[in-house]
Ligand binder design. Structure first.
Ligand SMILES: [Zn+2]
Ligand SMILES: [Zn+2]
Length: 287
């Protein structure tokens, strides 16, 4: 399993690579555009070429982009849905230029409308986005912490979205552990972990999971509150992460940490904590 963290793009995308290297990352995640604004991203060709070259040289692949938080692809407002779709399409274009493999997004909320309506809107918008994105970037639906009319708080619901696109290779799932715990998946226990896996298998198949966001949760199971904690210092516990990183079907899946950061040391500590939980095959055989 490859590990990396989400790093800032302040000062440009190339600066993000330096931050990843300083953190001893094997891959990185960055925002495709400023996370809390509707600014459409712009990357000039030279910067993009340079970035791609460095990405390869430093062996930081696959590159993961994250869409801004403002997007709401399930909104009852047509104009907001359209704006969200354009923003996602623009993010994918930046991704193509930078050589990104994945673009993670939160599907949004149906707000005052019933969930069913939100789900239909989400599927329509995704159809539009996919038909207008020419590249190979894979769009990843991230599971959310259940609250209000937020979509994708269950893997069953993500499955309903994916079922509308049975042959689409450019759609997958990002599994966020803190959000899952907050939504009621008890990843700290063995039973809870395998129940979660079974629901994923039934809803869309484990091969659809392309990325893990490994975050511990500051609030307990089922709290519906989204606040990340350092690895092993929240309700998922070290035992929960140990089970996750040693789960055989996930071995080829990259893992990004979005844990709290006051300084560089926080990232270094969280990364070394989670890496220390990986059992090498030989050690397992020996034991
Ligand atoms: Zn996440
Ligand atoms: Zn979160």
């Amino acid at each position: 399993m490859k590990f990396g963290v989400h790093v800032s793009i302040q000062g440009g995308f190339i600066k993000a690579l330096d931050r990843a290297v300083a953190r001893d990352c094997e891959l990185l995640q960055v925002f495709s555009q400023p996370p809390r604004g509707w600014v459409f991203p712009r990357v000039d060709e030279r910067e993009a070429r340079n970035f791609k070259k460095l990405l390869k040289e430093k062996n930081l692949t696959p590159l993961v982009l994250h869409a801004p938080y403002l997007l709401n692809l399930a909104s009852p407002s047509f104009s907001l849905r359209l704006r969200s779709a354009w923003s996602l399409i623009a993010g994918a274009e930046v991704g193509e230029k930078l050589g990104a493999s994945y673009l993670v997004f939160h599907p949004g909320s149906s707000r005052e409308a019933p969930l069913k309506v939100g789900l239909k809107n989400l599927i329509d918008v995704l159809e539009y986005v996919l038909s207008r994105s020419r590249g190979n970037i894979i769009f990843l639906i991230e599971n959310t912490a259940a609250s209000g009319h937020l979509l994708a708080s269950s893997f069953r619901q993500i499955g309903e979205v994916l079922k509308a696109f049975p042959h689409e290779k450019r759609l997958g799932v990002c599994f966020d552990t803190a959000h899952a715990l907050a939504s009621g998946y008890n990843l700290s226990s063995e039973e809870g972990f395998y129940q979660t896996i079974r629901e994923m298998e039934k809803s869309f198949g484990l091969e659809k999971v392309k990325l893990i966001h490994a975050n511990d949760s500051h609030y307990p199971v089922g709290s519906a509150r989204d606040r990340h904690a350092h690895i092993g210092e929240g309700y998922i516990t070290l035992g929960g992460f140990k089970r996750l990183v040693n789960f055989a079907p996930f071995q080829e899946i990259p893992c990004i940490l979005e844990t709290p950061r006051m300084s560089l040391e926080d990232d270094l500590r969280n990364l070394s904590t989670i890496r220390s939980l990986v059992e090498s095959v030989s050690a397992e055989q020996a034991g």
